[in-house]
Write a protein that binds this ligand. Sequence first.
Ligand SMILES: C[S@@+](CC[C@H](N)C(=O)[O-])C[C@H]1O[C@@H](n2cnc3c(N)ncnc32)[C@H](O)[C@@H]1O
Length: 282
Amino acid sequence: MYLMSSYQNYSGASHTYDKTRAPVGIEVIRQVLADGPVSLQHQVVVDGGCGTGLYTAALAPAVGQIEAVDINPEMLAQARSKIASAGYRGRVLFHQAPIDLLPLRDESADAVMVNQVLHHLPDNAAAGWPNHARVLREFARVLKPGGTVIINSCGQEQLERGFWFYHLIPEAVQRMKEKVINLEALNDLLWQSGFVRVHRQVPYSIVLQGEAYFHAEGILDPAWRSGDSIWSLVSESDLEPILERISNLKSTGDLGTLVQQADCSRSRVGQITFTIARKTTD
Ligand SMILES: C[S@@+](CC[C@H](N)C(=O)[O-])C[C@H]1O[C@@H](n2cnc3c(N)ncnc32)[C@H](O)[C@@H]1O
């Protein structure tokens, strides 16, 4: 089986992705890894769905080796060139592969991190998220006993209240909520897949798109929109009036007020959640 995103075209987005994305929350990941059973500089870390390599590049100087895996060749090409120009080539191995079939040996990794990827898995919530379960079992297979898994995803409430522009696209948010596994179900699947000590961290101040998130007229730019896969779920006919409204607010000077009002619940819920667990040693 080949579990590929059915809605976001990452080949198209690969050249613009880094304009609105950064390895946000990397300090949480670094700390969680540092608390693991093996010292940080000796750890082998899998970056599942590494994309353009933002997290790989941020972590490479601190760890022993990174296995950077992505299904999309264009995203991987961006990651390769980023790592080469940063001079970390010796520490990173790249693999074009799906995260449910990692080309890695059993019990060969100290940690797996997966940042903003799971919502791309085609899956069936009514059937209990079988493809998510398959991916988590694959992570358990490649991890050493006691190894760490860190999943960076958005909770349902974060999708509802954590992003100012989601107010403009309620139907796409609904569609996205159906694709995003809720955090309780993720917890249960982790337990069922051989993980223990499951817990969460919410970095409330972190904004997924960095400074670009506050640049409201960015919505008018397809490159800006390609930084959040939710825009792939907005139909052309729904997009048109939104762009018109943003253009009007821009010309009247009211865009800032819109952002301020629509963004007020973000600080209470945050945008992303890290779900952290260790593979059982039994
Ligand atoms: C939103 S991007 C995140 C990239 C990176 N982790 C980051 O946070 O910057 C999602 C990435 O997951 C990859 N992806 C989606 N489904 C995948 C799968 N089943 N196996 C491997 N990679 C996958 C996409 O190709 C894309 O590069």
